[in-house]
Design a protein around this ligand. Structure first.
Ligand code: ARG
Length: 459
């Protein structure tokens, strides 16, 4: 395309280098913003009419033209041109072709700099709401599974060593807490996303008597950016969003790691449905947990996007710089990745088969009720440190004689401490151990049921 035909071609006498044209263009990825670009343009045109810069007829013509373009894009009939650089100039150029010279008035009192900042904010606000709904869906699904497994005993781990028996539902509720915080963080980030940059124009504002509050109202922005330089240049809101995204992915990677471990032959705590696994092309027996593995792997790309965006913004002098065009791909990919991972998790979780018996047996290995024995002694008056020492010796004995704690006879137990009586055996059962953690936030089945109820009240 000849530069004279470009919206900014006036001061140019030579054509852009062909490679540079492609190198500087963003339309191949920013066309994703078209809906928000049109939404922003319609609001801008209406504001211009409101303050008398455009006539009502001019405004209507622009609005109708933009709506027709939106329809064409939806139907796949719109021809995107790399020569027209970005989504903004593509749409504006076609608008002028469609409605004639009046289309050229749309860009009054506006720049692509405040335009693109507005588009991204509108887009991100919408996606944050979708993500919030997806997180809520996953939490609800996990709560269902937790309810089903509110009596299922499994080993709780520290250092990946069996530590104390817990309820599987309690473990799933821990995941729910992480997800709830992720959702809250996104919600909080949304406040800072939901601010109108339009009106900042290129960087200094504009000489037209614009009404930014009116534009903000039309677009549902809660606030209007206070400073024009800041409005066009900073992308901290995108960085903040991506940092919320990294935390969410970090959590999903932890869930994934546990699912991979639990579904291994060594743990055998759960079995994933065939629909969420694939086989091996060489080993006929294999059924691989691809979904959690991929989610775990995708965490890396989201972390990478956070670093990309931070580095993109680092040291940028005010105000807008072309560097900022690089904000889109990391942001888009972050959103796509989150959506995919949340969706697949929500689909996969209800279909896992829980091997309750295997979990139960595993919970009984590794002297997981040793703390209960120590607590028993403390309740009979022994200082905790002494009780710890005594139980350590009992465990040593159990290791040497290859038995579980509750298989040691009362006589032998009493040789370690005369405080031990017949009633110790209920305390040493897995059921007794979990039931005794009967307080707010504890793993007793009754508490797990209460926690599920409270959780549901938090949506
Ligand atoms: N495509 C650009 C971006 O994504 C739009 C703003 C360009 N502004 C400019 N003065 N070149 O950031």
């Amino acid at each position: 395309m000849n530069n004279f035909d470009k919206p900014w071609g006036g001061r140019f006498t030579q054509a852009t280098d062909v490679f540079v044209e492609a190198f500087t263009a963003s339309v191949n990825f920013d066309k994703r913003l078209y809906e928000y670009d049109i939404m922003g343009s319609i609001a801008h045109a209406k504001m211009l009419a409101q303050v008398g810069i455009l006539t009502r007829t001019e405004c209507n013509s622009i609005v109708e033209g933009l709506q027709a373009i939106q329809q064409e894009i939806l139907e796949g009939k719109f021809e995107w041109s790399v020569a027209l650089e970005d989504v903004h100039m593509n749409i504006e150029t076609v608008l002028v072709q469609k409605i004639g010279p009046v289309g050229k008035k749309l860009h009054t009192g506006r720049s692509r700099n405040d335009q693109v900042a507005t588009d991204i904010r509108l887009y991100l606000r919408y996606e944050i709401d979708l993500l919030g709904a997806q997180i809520t869906r996953l939490i609800k699904i996990l709560a269902e599974v937790a309810e089903r497994e509110a009596d299922t005993i499994m080993p709780g781990f520290t250092h990946l060593q069996s530590a104390q028996p817990i309820i599987f539902g309690h473990h799933l509720l821990a995941w729910c807490e992480m997800l709830l915080r992720d959702r809250d963080r996104l919600q909080d980030c949304r406040k800072r996303v939901n601010c109108l940059p339009l009106g900042a124009a290129a960087l200094a504002g504009t000489s037209y008597p614009i009404d930014r509050r009116y534009t903000a109202q039309l677009l549902g922005f809660e606030t209007v950016a206070e400073n024009s330089l800041d409005a066009v240049s900073d992308r901290d809101f995108a960085i903040e969003f991506t940092s919320c995204a990294t935390l969410l992915m970090m959590h999903l990677s932890r869930f994934s790691e546990e699912i991979v471990l639990w579904s291994s032959a060594q743990f055998n705590f759960i079995e994933l449905s065939d629909a969420f696994c694939t086989g091996s092309s060489i080993m006929p027996q294999k059924k691989n947990p691809d979904v959690p593995e991929l989610v775990r792997g995708k965490t890396g790309r989201v972390y990478g996007h956070l670093i990309s965006l931070l580095t993109l913004m680092k040291s940028q002098p005010l105000a807008y710089n072309k560097d900022n065009q690089e904000d889109k791909e990391p942001l888009f990919d972050t959103i796509d990745t989150l959506k995919g991972c949340l969706r697949v998790y929500g689909d996969m979780m209800p279909s896992i088969r829980v091997n309750r018996e295997v979990m139960y047996q595993a919970a009984g290995r590794g002297f997981t009720t040793a703390t209960d024995l120590a607590d028993y002694l403390v309740k009979k008056g022994m200082p905790f440190r002494d009780a710890h020492e005594v139980v350590g010796k009992v465990v040593r004995h159990a290791i040497d004689t290859h038995c579980h704690l509750d298989e040691i006879s009362l006589d032998v137990l009493r040789s370690f401490s005369v405080l031990i009586e017949e009633d110790i055996y209920v305390k040493l059962t897995l059921e007794g151990s979990v039931a005794s953690r009967h307080h707010f936030g504890g793993t007793a089945p009754q508490q797990v049921r209460k926690a599920i109820k409270r959780l549901r009240g938090r949506f």
